[in-house]
Design a protein around this ligand. Structure first.
Ligand SMILES: [Zn+2]
Length: 267
């Protein structure tokens, strides 16, 4: 019994020594767990908007594509939740320090069915992995993942409905969404309500204003425009995933209906 008590006391002593020695770092991490909010002005679809951006915390993750820092943000728009993966060094206040004047950025509208549960009928998971690989190759960059933009912004439940029509009736993703909405004609604009002002606001929160150039890893012209209308000079890195038997119909529909640029030669 005495032996056990002694070893507990010894463990406590070692722990106290450790936290006394590392107090400064521990306090810094406590500090970044305190929500930090800023109001940021952006342009979204031609409208000037003030958006509240709150950083909720951050920490490192070690991935097959090297180390990223994951930042958690809450944004005062309809997408609210933003997970941001940053590959860059951090300054002494844990703010990212990009060495380049051009930032490689991927905006990732989440896809729970594909990215988490490995549904094979879309290319979202492979696109995310490819973007992470591009960022690793580039040496720096960031991915802004928006869980509430699942189903092209129409939500996960709606998307599950479209998958049902695709499975039962062989519709493509766009036909299925239009049919579920009761549309008489396919109106692509109404089938993709996503907005990207929140992403711009997060970049500005992190100090990445339009003095920085942006290299957008995307096939979606709307994502390029989001940066252009906010005064950034923009380049594009295509994120092409060759179609397979499961994804071909999905990719054809994205290309035809939404003008996504899904071939390397269509830059
Ligand atoms: Zn998907």
């Amino acid at each position: 019994m005495v032996e056990v008590e002694r070893s507990i006391l010894e463990k406590d002593r070692k722990y106290r020594e450790k936290i006394a020695r590392d107090e400064a770092v521990i306090q810094k991490v406590r500090d970044v767990l305190m929500p930090l909010a800023k109001d940021i002005t952006v342009i979204e679809n031609g409208q000037v908007k003030e958006v509240k951006v709150t950083r909720l915390g951050l920490g490192p993750i070690d991935t097959p594509f090297g180390k990223f820092y994951e930042f958690e943000f809450e944004v005062g728009d309809r997408w609210s939740e933003y997970n941001v993966l940053v590959k860059a060094g951090l300054d002494d206040k844990f703010n990212p320090k990009f060495e380049d004047s051009k930032i490689l950025v991927r905006m990732d509208s989440a896809c729970k069915t594909g990215q988490l549960f490995h549904d094979k009928t879309c290319d979202c998971k492979l696109q995310l992995l490819k973007a992470m690989r591009e960022i690793e190759k580039n040496g720096s960059g960031m991915i802004v993942h928006m869980p509430k933009q699942d189903g092209r912004g129409m939500g996960l439940s709606f998307k599950l409905g479209t998958l049902m029509l695709q499975d039962e009736l062989g519709y493509n993703t766009v036909e299925a969404a239009a049919a579920l909405k009761g549309m008489e004609f396919i109106e692509p604009e109404a089938l993709d309500p996503r907005t990207y002002g929140g992403v711009i606001a997060i970049l500005r929160f992190l100090g990445l204003d339009s003095r920085f150039g942006i290299n957008v890893a995307t096939n979606n012209p709307k994502k390029i425009w989001a940066f252009e209308e906010n005064g950034y000079s923009v380049e594009r890195t295509p994120v092409i995933i060759p179609p397979n038997e499961y994804t071909k119909a999905h990719l054809d529909a994205k290309e035809e209906e939404f003008g996504h640029m899904l071939r390397e030669d269509k830059k």
